[in-house]
Design a protein around this ligand. Structure first.
Ligand SMILES: [Zn+2]
Length: 83
């Protein structure tokens, strides 16, 4: 039951971006680098879906994480630049 309780609380707290437990989506490049993230709060669900489908079209891999994960993650991809 805990996940459902957690979800209800997150919905209630939406807009509070400091909440590390807010769900988010990230996109990784084929080389595994993190290049995109979007917060998945209820009110933005349409925009989020649009952003994610664009990322998939760009060949990125989507993962569902939390805002805390996004904050702690290492960002960017150096592989494309290096030749
Ligand atoms: Zn890379």
């Amino acid at each position: 039951m805990l996940p459902r309780l957690l979800e209800a609380r997150i919905t209630h707290d939406e807009g509070n971006m400091s909440n590390e437990e807010i769900p988010a989506y990230i996109a990784r490049t084929p080389c595994g680098c993190l290049v995109f993230a979007t917060v998945d709060n209820g009110k933005r669900s349409k925009a989020v879906a649009k952003e994610i489908s664009k990322a998939i079209r760009d060949g990125l891999t989507i993962e569902r994480v939390t805002v805390g994960f996004v904050r702690a993650a290492k960002w960017g991809c150096d592989h494309k630049k290096k030749k």
